[in-house]
Design a protein. Structure first.
Lengths: 528, 404
């Protein structure tokens, strides 16, 4: 899950909030060993340092395995059907689905206790050293590989470009945490610079504006007085008629580290019915010890009144977890940062079905911004933006009014660039956005290569793939149907009226991944 | 080797970072940000972080002198960049800490939208409380908690109840505030435990008070503020030597004149008037120097000093009047009553203690003083009633106590 700097409570972008090891970054998952094993890798902020863990933190990897469920080909595309799907997910995750858990508690900065809870062979635990690959034997005589420690951050992304595309003020301006109205400013989201959008358009005199520097600072400007709006009516074009891309393809995480919890698990360890349960779903959580439990335990009282999902969660807590507070969750890339808008109370993990209606409205809002950008480039768009010549800032109060515009975006199957995702050539349906983001899990299909959205491999450029949801998958480019890697194809940008002519995000990580466990590359020497 | 699953993980004994660790980190961060701001003089965000970290460091040391560069940094940054919300909020908090209430209000109004912000509204509630608008303060705090029950807002309502309402409710609210804190907030947790301990102390429940104070120390070891409460507990239980030793240590660390005064009062309490005088001299010099600089933070302490430590009734009255004019609340009214009493103006003193009681304050010390005043007024029946109330509130109210 590409989820740096969220939720807002741990968002280091704000000047008065400290960096914290509770900030989860990504969750990767893919099959290995000819689909007999699955790798799950949860990365998070390397605080206090890469390879050094914080003893106040507890991390959870929650894991389920169940059969692949396909949306019926003749299934109705409607608000009712998608909300019905959300309800079905809720019933499954709150009802019959048994979730197992790998829990990591930090005993010392260099040693952790790993507990395996709720797996078919029974509960067990093991203390392991940090920064070391270890093999953990299971009660049913299988072997789990584990690595907990410092790694190169496997996320490669033009974060600044992403923030520019959503007009996210705190990346470019000094915005105190208290100024909640000055985050995503009410300016249309866009992939192409808007004529006159001086608040966010690239500045020749300040090329590093909004880019985090090696010394940890991010050049920012003083936020001018409002209103922070845009009253233009066109995309910006240069003298040659080219649009200006809000992305420049740079890797904002180059040379930076993370801490990681990586496991390679036999599928048969997760479920005895491996033939039937071809999906492995996982999501990650970070919890911080409560102050009272630094010293002793005090019983909790659940808050029944305003947050029913918190009530449900409270019921699930065991004695150990009651000593901690949930801080962050991680499942699908961009589910939290782009769709849940980093809100603190939307950190729900797999239980995000409650947010289903919000996601529809949010996706429609994004569609009004990104859709016209895509069309302006001559590409076919899945979002119905009424042929708007320019991005529009539009929000919705009602799901019913948002839905018609975003229905195709939600329900279209996402084409893959080739067949490598399906090495066995099985009749596995292509995935659709509505089922990717709810529940908010990394859903690894064991019969695939695990490339997103059938999991998430380290080399997947998920940020670019996320944007591809707004392409019309029925259209063609150079004789081939659109697919999720099209926006990463240099040939597309070479022929587009745009500068810079680059895919939005880097195509590769700054460091080569390893061929063997733990697969994430070694950490860089810490710069600060 | 596979190990059997424990039902709960056993946390290894890792020493809490505590005060020394925090102070070292704060110093390091201030140094780093200072260098960064020197390299990037137009970096507003860096300068705001620096100001906040300097304020944090000054809060840790407890030295008023450490607040001066904070104010300078804030003002310089405002001069350079204009009245940004976070700077104005920090300035307002600084002024409030120094009892400069009118300035705090002006600070909050420097940025147009700041008065409506949650953090600013919290400070406005604090100001209302200090200015004697108790009900308005309580209602606003309850409203703020409904909107967003942050630990510090809940703690403020707890404080309200501890002074003017129901002590049991106060303790429940402090506990609620604690529940919201993570292990990254042990300083705040320790502070809450100290408040809960003081509730018990003020009701004569010494074992319970000790338990809270020890938990504060265990959770955040080495804080002089916790030591101050330990000293008070020891003195209250007659362990004067231990109390004296701890107070001297706190003085060595913080140079706080009010702690010097407390040590002097401990000597007075234990019939060592001669030993008290150097500490009183030192405390008084610091108070007067502060006033000479135009500060108002020690007006309250000066009134108390001349009314209790070194009797000069006219001086006590002078400073009490000045303090009460700025902050017309039950605390300043109580010292005003004492100052009037020292000046032989018993009926007026009774009026002021009446205001304190009408506000809802039910401290044993207030009852005891009311008893003394009624006795002086020849109202022995009422005097006896208040004496009885004092005993009911806190059977140990005559023990040594520090004026916090």
């Amino acid at each position: 899950m590409a989820d740096h700097n969220d939720p807002n409570a741990v968002n280091h972008i704000f000047s008065d909030i400290d960096y914290t090891p509770a900030d989860l970054y990504d969750l990767f998952g893919w099959p290995t060993n000819e689909s007999r094993n699955v790798v799950l890798a949860l990365t998070f902020a390397s605080a206090p340092a890469a390879g050094v863990l914080d003893t106040d933190l507890l991390y959870r990897l929650l894991v389920t395995s169940h059969p692949r469920v396909a949306w019926p080909a003749s299934g109705e595309i409607s608000v009712e059907s998608v909300l019905g799907y959300f309800d079905a997910v809720k019933d499954k995750y709150l009802g019959e689905l048994k979730t197992a858990e790998i829990r990591v508690t930090v005993q010392t900065p260099s040693r952790v206790l790993v507990k395996f809870i709720g797996f078919p062979c029974g509960d067990f635990s093991k203390e392991v050293d940090v920064n070391t690959v270890v093999e953990i034997p299971t009660p049913d005589r299988q072997t789990i590989k584990a690595f907990i420690g410092g790694r190169d951050d496997a996320f490669f992304n033009d974060l600044t470009g992403f923030f520019r595309s959503i007009n996210y003020a705190p990346q470019f301006y000094h915005v105190p945490h208290t100024m909640t109205e000055a985050r995503e400013l009410p300016i249309p989201k866009t992939l192409l610079e808007l004529e006159g959008n001086d608040l966010f358009n690239y500045r020749e005199d300040m090329p590093k504006w909004g880019f985090t520097q090696p010394d940890g600072t991010t050049p920012k400007l003083d936020l001018p007085p409002g209103p922070w709006t845009w009253n233009g009516d066109r995309f910006k074009k240069d003298a040659n008629g080219n649009f200006r891309f809000v992305y420049d393809g740079s890797d904002c995480r180059a040379g930076q580290n993370c801490n990681a919890i990586v496991f390679e698990l036999p599928h048969s360890f997760i479920t005895p019915q491996t033939e039937q349960n071809r999906l492995v779903n996982a999501w990650g959580e970070s919890w911080v010890l409560k102050a009272a439990h630094k010293i002793e335990s005090i019983p909790d009282d659940p808050s029944w009144l305003n947050h029913p999902w918190k009530v449900i969660r409270e019921k699930e807590l065991d004695d150990e977890l009651r000593k901690y507070k949930l801080v962050d969750t991680d499942g699908q890339p961009f589910a939290d940062a782009a769709l849940s808008e980093r809100e603190d109370d939307r950190q729900l993990g797999a239980n995000n079905f409650w947010l289903g209606p919000h996601f529809i409205k949010r996706l429609a809002h994004l569609g009004w911004g990104f859709g016209p950008s895509i069309s302006a480039l001559g590409l076919a768009c899945s979002f119905d933006h009424d042929n708007s010549p320019v991005s529009v800032y539009k929000t919705y109060d009602l799901v019913a009014t948002a839905f018609p515009k975003v229905a195709k975006t939600l329900f279209q199957q996402l084409n893959m660039p080739d067949d490598s995702w399906n090495p066995k050539g099985l009749p596995i349906p292509l995935r659709r956005p509505f089922e990717i983001f709810i529940p908010n899990v990394c859903a690894v299909d064991m019969d695939t290569s695990g490339t997103w959205p059938f999991g998430r491999r380290l080399e997947d450029q998920v940020a670019t793939r996320f944007l591809s949801m707004f392409l019309d998958m029925e259209a063609e480019f150079q004789g081939k149907k659109y697919h999720i890697d099209l926006l990463g194809d240099q040939a597309l940008w070479d022929s587009a009226p745009i500068v810079p002519k680059t895919p939005p995000n880097p195509l590769h990580n700054d460091k080569a991944f390893l061929d063997s466990f733990p697969y994430l590359a070694e950490p860089w020497p810490e710069k600060w | 080797m596979v190990e059997t699953m424990a039902t709960q993980s056993v946390l290894l004994e890792v020493p809490a970072a505590g005060f020394n660790g925090d102070l070292a980190r704060a110093e390091k961060e201030v140094a780093r940000l200072t260098a960064q701001c020197k390299d990037h003089p137009t970096d507003l965000q860096g300068k705001v972080r620096l100001a906040y970290r300097m304020f944090h460091r000054a809060s840790l040391t407890g030295k008023l002198a450490d607040l001066e560069p904070v104010e300078a940094a804030i003002l310089q940054t405002i001069l350079q960049f204009g009245p940004k919300e976070d700077l104005c909020l920090l300035k307002a908090n600084l002024d409030f800490r120094l009892h400069r209430l009118a300035e705090a209000r002006r600070d909050l109004e420097m940025a147009p939208l700041l008065p409506g912000r949650f953090d600013a509204r919290v400070l406005f509630a604090d100001l209302a409380f200090q200015e004697g608008q108790y009900e308005a303060a309580r209602l606003e705090l309850e409203k703020l908690i409904d909107e967003n029950p942050t630990w510090d807002t809940v703690a403020r309502l707890a404080h309200w109840h501890s002074k003017l309402g129901d002590p049991a409710q106060a303790d429940a609210l402090y506990e609620q505030a604690e529940e919201d804190l993570s292990a990254k907030q042990m300083l705040s947790y320790a502070w809450l435990e100290l408040q809960r301990g003081m509730l018990d102390f003020n009701h004569g429940r010494y074992p319970e008070a000790w338990a809270h104070y020890r938990r504060a120390e265990a959770g955040y070891p080495g804080h002089w503020h916790t030591a101050e409460h330990f000293a008070e507990m020891h003195a209250a239980e007659g362990n004067f030597a231990e109390a004296e030793s701890i107070l001297k240590e706190v003085i060595a660390r913080t140079s706080k004149p009010e702690i010097q005064q407390a040590l002097g009062e401990l000597y007075l309490f234990t019939d060592r008037a001669e030993q008290a005088q150097p500490w009183f001299d030192s405390a008084l010099a610091a108070y007067l120097e502060s006033v000479r600089r135009g500060d108002v933070h020690y007006l309250h302490h000066l009134a108390d000093f001349y009314a209790e430590a070194r009797l000069e009734p006219a001086e006590a009255l002078k400073w009490a009047e000045q303090d009460m004019k700025m902050r017309p609340n039950f605390s300043t009214q109580s010292v005003m009553a004492l100052a009037l009493f020292r000046n032989g103006r018993v009926p007026e003193a009774l009026q002021y203690i009446g205001l304190v009681l009408d506000a809802g304050n039910r401290d044993a010390a207030t009852y005891a003083f009311a008893s003394e005043l009624h006795e002086a007024a020849g109202e022995t029946g009422k005097s006896a009633e208040f004496a009885e109330l004092a005993l009911q509130k806190n059977p140990k109210f005559r023990s040594f106590r520090i004026h916090h």
